[in-house]
Design a protein around this ligand. Sequence first.
Ligand SMILES: C[S@@+](CC[C@H](N)C(=O)[O-])C[C@H]1O[C@@H](n2cnc3c(N)ncnc32)[C@H](O)[C@@H]1O
Ligand code: SF4
Length: 405
Amino acid sequence: MSTHMDPVHAMRPGVLQLNNLPPLSLYVHLPWCLKKCPYCDFNSHEFRAGVDPVSTQDAYIQALLADLEASLPLIWGRSIQTVFLGGGTPSLFSPEAIDRLISGIRARVRLAPDAEVTLEANPGTFEKDRFKAFRQAGVTRLSIGVQSFDNTHLKALGRVHDRDQAVAAVTEAAQVFDTFNLDLMYALPGQTLDRLTQDIQTALAFAPPHISIYHLTIEPNTVFAKFPPSLPEDDLAYEMMDRITELTSAQGLARYEVSAYAKPGHACAHNLNYWQFGDYLGIGAGAHSKLSFAHRVLRPVRYREPALYMQQALKGEPVTQSHEVSRQELPFEFMLNALRLRDGFALADYVDRTGLALTSIQQGLLEGEQKGLLNRDLHRVWPTEKGFDFLSDLQALFLSDAGLS
Ligand SMILES: C[S@@+](CC[C@H](N)C(=O)[O-])C[C@H]1O[C@@H](n2cnc3c(N)ncnc32)[C@H](O)[C@@H]1O
Ligand code: SF4
């Protein structure tokens, strides 16, 4: 066994003192798409000609379950609160395959009785009744990659679906699931404030319990990085953000995280656990994990290339590298997540989840308060309106290792 999968190695003495382990989530990466989008830098691959998707998905699920089994010693005795099947395009997998995957997970780990199980679905990859079959397989929440309802924008984004397919997918999801999410992007090539408004209004007409809205970013090593489209200026993008906040709050959707809006009771439990610096085991090609032990926090990463990952997973060696987060890195890593939340974090959770004393963030908290970027009381810390607008400045206050000796 490599040290990456060795629980004894993970539990050896170290400088941190974590008295309580945080909640644990499971992320499962399904890395295939019909077509690679020009803006996307996720670990997603087009099915190549000559590859049989059905036998590939069966083999991949076998590999995932072997990966999970090899990982069990690292999460021994802990139950799983949420599951997220992400991609790629998980809805390319058949409902039978998803059923085998979820049953396989349930057979190997203890899932909390009310566990949220999300699946990412793309419009244009489903026939009617497919969503119902996903629900019967144990999916409780669907996250639909709509991006836009505007055909001009969808085309510019290189998406395989059009407006009608997006409408059909959302209509079906609303009928089948009690809770679902729409992924949208804004500041798109050629987008005006009017078109953005129409797009958001179309989305809100479905009364979605949750939406995620991302500012389109040009990521290195994508087609858009090589051939940059012309994008709205920063001022216009800020106006768009204001318009989005206005329209969503009028519909009772609260912005509880930088990019996430939810009706009461519909926040995404899985993502909340990430932002609250909870633990997650990520299985599948290129998946990242964050796992806590009594004296350290580890960040294992799995082999990225699907064929190599599958080979390694079947051997029980899916992890290519595992980084131990240092004392100096922990305050900033915690803040990168927790300050994205409107409600911020509990001071007790900071101590529990980093294994550090509060003195490690005293300086940053003080400066944040003086600059009007954060508020606090005896128990909690949360960003102000200004802190939310200048989030990276606020987070950067915790970059220094002030307070750590
Ligand atoms: C992990 S992706 C996969 C979801 C699904 N495959 C899809 O694209 O419909 C999750 C979301 O990230 C967002 N996203 C991906 N690339 C982005 C980029 N370059 N800038 C902003 N948002 C992006 C999209 O809204 C996407 O739905
Ligand atoms: S469908 Fe989603 S994951 Fe696949 S290439 Fe497009 S943005 Fe990336």
